[in-house]
Write a protein that binds this ligand. Structure first.
Ligand code: UD1
Length: 304
């Protein structure tokens, strides 16, 4: 099969690419290299790379030729970055998805897997989050991810294009780039401690997240691409666990044998207090469940 992986030079997209190649498929990557890196792309004759932007419809159409299925991972992944630049978020995170869906429909693609986000739930108090609960997008990022998910469902019902929306919670693992202040928190904490720098905790550190290891996210995508009852639905991709940012940093400090001494700064605008998933829908419809325990995932990351 030939797969298109948007954002294939990035963190999650490069892991999906690696898995598809290992399974004997051909992969075309569409990435604008804004955060993706050439060194993340496996060296293989079965990979084709198009440097281009999902926000550009003609580029997306060219990338879609002869494609069987799509994993749409390209996004501005940082919530604060989209708070600073809502128009860029709309262009990439929403219109980019509609470009993918529209090009996929015309190219006769079988199925599109969309990287949605737990951010759509916002700060509504009921936990754990189930997919049928109300949503409350609070940032440009969350608005555009939710709108994209609706577009996926509309394309399924209107045009019969099979789409599956995966609401990722906090994904971590090798190749998550720590270089920006907006990068994933685990990559930042780890990088700071490695370089003898003092980590920053925004707010009181009692906000909680549900962290899921990237290999489990890849497996959820693969299952979503074949499960017969998946199209038209949304699934939480998480472990169902909960960890505060204080506890997270303490755990990383323990593993690295370093003292816990963060500096605290005011909380970020739009930051969600608590985020935790109910993953029973993914179990039921995808036959998926996470297999990597949190601390094992951290150890794998630090060994990588
Ligand atoms: C993350 C993802 C987002 C995804 C969402 C799903 C990243 C960059 N963002 O957003 O794409 O859709 O999960 O739940 O991967 N923090 C600190 N110190 C730091 C960095 C962060 O205290 O140096 C705090 C933040 O304020 C936040 C928590 O750690 O409370 C997690 O932050 P972050 O890793 O940026 O993720 P989310 O905003 O949850």
């Amino acid at each position: 099969m030939r797969y298109l992986v948007t954002g294939g030079a990035g963190f999650i997209g490069s892991h999906i690419t690696e898995r598809l190649l290992a399974d004997g498929h051909q992969v075309r990557i569409l990435d604008n290299f804004s955060t993706g890196k050439h060194e993340n792309i496996p060296d293989s004759a079965d990979v084709e790379v198009i440097a281009g932007d999902v926000g550009d419809y003609d580029t997306v159409c060219a990338a879609m030729a002869q494609v069987d299925m799509v994993f749409h991972e390209a996004a501005i992944a940082s919530v604060p970055e989209t708070v600073g630049n809502p128009l860029a978020s709309e262009r990439v995170n929403y219109r980019g998805t509609v470009n993918i869906l529209e090009a996929a429909r015309h190219a006769g693609v079988q199925r599109v897997m969309f990287a949605c986000s737990a951010a759509v739930y916002g700060d509504l108090p009921e936990l754990p989050k189930r997919e049928d609960m109300p949503v409350k997008p609070m940032t440009p990022y969350a608005i555009d991810k939710l709108a994209s998910e609706h577009a996926c469902q509309a394309y399924y019902h209107l045009y019969g294009l099979e789409t599956v929306s995966l609401r990722y919670f906090n994904v971590f693992g090798p190749r998550q780039d720590p270089s920006s202040p907006y990068s994933g928190v685990i990559s930042i904490f780890s990088d700071f401690l490695n370089h003898g720098k003092q980590p920053t905790i925004y707010g009181d550190g009692e906000q909680t997240r549900d962290f899921v290891y990237v290999a489990d996210v890849v497996e959820a995508n693969i299952r979503a691409s074949t499960a017969s009852e998946a199209p038209g639905r949304s699934f939480n991709v998480a472990t169902g666990g909960t960890l505060s940012i204080n506890e997270l940093l303490k755990t990383i400090c323990d593993i690295k044998g370093q003292p816990f001494s963060p500096q605290y700064k005011p909380g970020r605008d739009g930051d969600i207090k608590h985020s935790r998933a109910d993953i029973s829908a993914a179990r039921e419809y995808l036959g998926w469940q996470p297999t990597v325990a949190f601390e094992d995932g951290l150890l794998k990351l630090f060994e990588a």
